[in-house]
Ligand binder design. Structure first.
Ligand SMILES: NC(=O)C1=CN([C@@H]2O[C@H](COP(=O)(O)OP(=O)(O)OC[C@H]3O[C@@H](n4cnc5c(N)ncnc54)[C@H](OP(=O)(O)O)[C@@H]3O)[C@@H](O)[C@H]2O)C=CC1
Ligand SMILES: O=C(O)[C@H](O)COP(=O)(O)O
Length: 478
């Protein structure tokens, strides 16, 4: 019988008083792999009240003392690496190798977070530097925690994107309410089992499980939540931004990252970057390359190179480390198929793909995409890549910026002057020159603008986002 996973509140593992649970189906085994608790609003209140109380003492510890718990967490995660990776694989259909990498990356993330926080210093300012001021007034500024942070994560990196919110929150003295994606909650439970083993004080971290559509608004609107760090879809993020109280928000949302390919690009290198950017984990990455804007003079050659690469991609179960794996659920596969069908009805050219077995969509490349086709603008979160042929850099930039999203973009060219002319004109949080779009390394700032989010993640920026400045002014008697 599938295991029943408990939720974690005030240092204890519990079953919900609601007596309700949610069945988790594996996207590729297509069978139930466990149940998570559908907790009640009373239990949400209990978790937040406990967090609020626990935060007071937790914030009094030194950064080094808090860091000791987090170092142990990183070590426990590594000790449970295979078990957690197995969960990630079964629950979200990521290959075992990638799931292991996700756990290792998370341990690195936590360790770097501790080191970064340990080296962050405040500043002092002399009053005399402002007209009319004098030396007897000195401001000392340092960062203080915000209180209780609500961390909401998506399914696709159930461990890494969760820890990327939890570790920066905890190291600076916040308490956390962690709401994992329901499809991803078992992996969330496992990573918190590792944290529990560190002896973390009760209430500092609480794991609440239940459908976002049921407990999400209640969590977001709760008066004792002091900041929300959210990663997920644009619609969910926009909804949260509308209903939340006047508290800081960091939102990392969807994307439609373009790869702009100039006529002078190294096409062999570029095609490999595009393939890995677009198709890894079947395109279920916010930073996946989701459209190619290629100069028409090199389009035929690029398409032929991409086709060749796609034909060598392995397709099937994540247990055999295939690149293309079944999508998270049937609904997502239907959505991707809808984008393909719409483009083909409007006379896009099918280069390769458009084959489907249930929620397994084969890698699909569509050429001659025009702006009336949905796939030119919508985020598939699946293995389909549209090629839009352009006449000039100017047209590529205009199309890149016509998207409602603004996460990342890539520019492929051998002309570094052109690259640096194009990059500033692109409306995106980051522009990669001659590289695929991606979030890592994790200490780099990671920014979504427009429909792709608000605020900045990346280790130091996340720490800053989860703290505020506090100024103490010394007035020296003469
Ligand atoms: N920019 C970035 O860094 C990233 C962006 N994404 C984006 O996320 C999307 C895919 O992830 P997916 O998990 O499907 O995204 P969703 O927006 O469906 O869910 C994200 C999280 O929000 C929760 N949620 C749902 N409704 C509410 C609500 N009303 N209040 C509070 N929380 C709620 C979900 O819970 P539940 O699961 O219970 O519904 C889940 O934990 C894609 O659009 C992708 O681009 C993904 C990763 C990174
Ligand atoms: O959720 C996502 O898709 C990630 O934030 C992207 O991370 P990656 O670029 O490291 O895959």
């Amino acid at each position: 019988m599938a295991k029943n996973y408990q939720f974690y509140i005030n240092g204890e593992w519990r079953e919900s008083r609601s007596k309700e649970s949610i069945s988790i189906l594996s996207p590729y085994l297509r069978e139930e792999i466990g149940h998570v608790q559908a907790i009640s609003q009373d239990e949400v209140d209990e978790a937040i009240n406990g967090a609020k109380l626990a935060q007071k003492e937790w914030s009094q510890l030194s950064v080094r003392a808090r860091g000791e718990y987090l170092y142990r967490w990183a070590n426990e995660l590594l000790a449970m690496k295979n078990e957690i990776a197995q969960s990630i694989m079964e629950e979200v259909g990521k290959t075992f190798n990638d799931a292991v990498k996700e756990v290792e990356r998370t341990a690195d993330f936590i360790q770097y977070t501790i080191e970064e926080a340990t080296h962050m210093q405040g500043e002092s300012m002399l009053g005399e530097n402002f007209p009319g001021g004098n030396r007897s007034k000195i401001a000392v500024t340092h960062r203080v925690p915000l209180g209780v942070i609500l961390a909401i994560s998506p399914f696709n990196y159930p461990v890494n994107l969760s820890a990327a919110k939890i570790a920066p929150s905890l190291i600076v003295g916040n308490a956390v309410i962690f709401k994992p994606a329901t499809q991803g909650a078992i992996s969330g439970v496992k990573m918190i089992e590792a944290l529990h083993k560190t002896g973390l004080p009760k209430g500092v971290l609480n794991l609440v499980t239940g459908r976002g559509s049921v407990i999400g608004d209640y969590l977001v609107e709760h008066p004792d939540i002091d900041m929300i760090s959210f990663t997920g879809g644009t619609e969910t993020g926009q909804h949260i931004a509308k209903i939340s109280n006047m508290i800081p928000l960091v939102m990392e949302l969807g994307g439609k990252d373009p790869a702009i390919v100039r006529e002078d690009a190294d096409l062999v290198f570029t095609s490999k970057q595009i393939i890995s950017g677009a198709y890894s984990y079947s395109g279920q990455r916010c930073t996946a390359i989701k459209r190619v804007l290629v100069n028409e003079t090199v389009a035929d050659e690029l398409v032929s190179l991409l086709k060749e690469e796609i034909e060598s991609l392995t397709v099937g179960s994540p247990e055999e480390n295939n690149i293309i794996v079944p999508l998270i659920d049937d609904k997502s596969a239907d959505f991707v198929q809808g984008l393909i069908d719409d483009a083909l009805e409007k006379e896009a050219t099918l280069v390769v793909g458009n084959k489907r077995e249930g929620n397994l969509i084969y890698p699909t490349l569509l050429d001659n995409i025009t702006t009336d086709m949905r796939v030119a603008w919508e985020e598939p979160f699946g293995p389909v890549l549209p090629i839009i042929r352009v006449k000039s850099d100017k047209e590529a930039i205009t199309l890149a910026n016509a998207s409602k999203f603004g996460l990342q973009a890539s520019v492929f060219t051998k002309d570094i002057n052109k690259a640096f002319t194009i990059a500033p004109q692109i409306e995106a949080g980051s522009v990669q020159i001659n590289g695929r779009t991606e979030r890592g390394p994790d200490h780099f700032p990671f920014i979504g603008i427009k429909g792709s989010g608000m605020g900045t993640q990346g280790i130091k920026r996340s720490i800053e986002a989860m703290t505020r400045e506090k100024v103490t002014i010394i007035n020296i008697y003469e």
